[in-house]
Design a binder for this molecule. Sequence first.
Ligand SMILES: NC(=O)c1ccc[n+]([C@@H]2O[C@H](COP(=O)([O-])OP(=O)(O)OC[C@H]3O[C@@H](n4cnc5c(N)ncnc54)[C@H](O)[C@@H]3O)[C@@H](O)[C@H]2O)c1
Length: 337
Amino acid sequence: MSTPRVIRVAIIGCGSYGAEHAKFLATFAGVKLGAVADLDAARAEDFRQKYGADYATTDVARIWADREIEAVWICTQHHTHAPLAEAAAAAGKHFFLEKPLALTLADCDRIVAAVERAGVTASSGFKLRFFPAVAAAKAFLAKPTLTVAQVLDDHWASDFWANDPVQGGGNVLSQGCHIVDTVLHLHPTPPVRVYAAGGNRHHPTRDIVDTAAITLTFADGAVANVAVGDCGVSPHSSKFALQQSDGARSFSLYNRLNSLMTREDKKITEHPAQPEDGAAVIDRAFVSALANNQPSPCSIRSARRTTAVMLAAIESIHTGRTVDLTAPPYAAAMVLS
Ligand SMILES: NC(=O)c1ccc[n+]([C@@H]2O[C@H](COP(=O)([O-])OP(=O)(O)OC[C@H]3O[C@@H](n4cnc5c(N)ncnc54)[C@H](O)[C@@H]3O)[C@@H](O)[C@H]2O)c1
C-alpha cells in the first residue's frame, strides 16, 4: 500500500490571518507545516511553537532554498504581495497569496507573469466563493440580471496598517475586493464598465478611499450595485450581504453569506444556515488542487481581474467618470485564460 502524499508548506506572515491559515494547515492530514517566517523573530517563534512548524525564520530566502517546501501561504501587508509572490514563483513554490492581489495594476501583472513563467499553481484569498450558501445561490440562479451587494465594516482605526495608502490601500480596496469578487463569480459574463461614487468620509489623516457605491455593467447587460465602507455593520443584513434576481427568481444571502433564502413563484424557501468555516474552505480546495495536480480553484488571473475592477472603481471615484473595462489599461486584466 502506498503512503499518502504529504505536502510540506510554509507560512510567510505570522499575524492575524496567518494564524487563521495555520489553524487549518497544522491539522490537515495531507499537509505538514514545515516553516514559518516573519520579520518579527519572536512572533515567528511563537507561531512555530503554537502550530508545530519545523523551524521559524526571519529570512524568507531560507524558505525559497528549502527543497522540501512545496507551497507557501503569503499573509503579509499588501505592498509586499508582489515581491514575495515573484520570489516564491522564481523559487518554484506554489503559493496562496492573501487578497487583494496587490495595490496597483502593474504589481498584479507582475504576479500573473511570474506565475505563468514559472508554471506554479497559485491562488488568492477570495474565500467567499467557496461558502456553501454562495455555491447553492449560484446553482439556483445561473443568469442574474440584477445584483445588490455590500461589505460594510465597523470603523477601522486610522492608524491601522490597512488604512495606510502605501501598505494597505484602505477599506474599499481591502474589503471591497471580497464582495466584488463574489459578484463577479456569480455573473456568467465579464464586467465591461464601472462607475463609482464615494471617497474618504472617516479618515481625514489618510489618503485612501473608505466609502464607495459601485455600479458594474456586465457583457450580457446585467448590472450590479455594491456598497463598501467601514461606516458600520448593518444590524439586519450583516457585514456581507448579496441579493440577486433574474426577472423570475431571486435570492438573498445574509448572515455573512452563510444563510440563503430563495424565492420562486412567490414561494419563499429558507435554507439551513451554514456554520462559517473561515479560510479552511479555500485552503482545503487549494491543497486538494496541489495534491491532485489540478488547476487552482481561485486562479491568479481571476484574482487580478477582481483587484483591477476595484482599482477601476477607485479611479472612477477620483475622476467622476465611468471606466471602460474593455479598453487599456484594464482590458488585459479582464482576460481569464
Ligand atoms: N481573506 C480574508 O478574509 C482576510 C482577513 C484578514 C486579513 N486578510 C489578508 O491577510 C493579509 C495579512 O493580514 P493580517 O491581518 O494577518 O496582517 P497582520 O499585520 O496581522 O500580519 C502581517 C504579518 O506579516 C509580517 N510581514 C510583513 N512583511 C513581511 C515580509 N516581507 N516577510 C515576512 N513577514 C512579513 C508582519 O510582520 C506581520 O506579522 C493581508 O493581505 C490581509 O488583507 C484576509
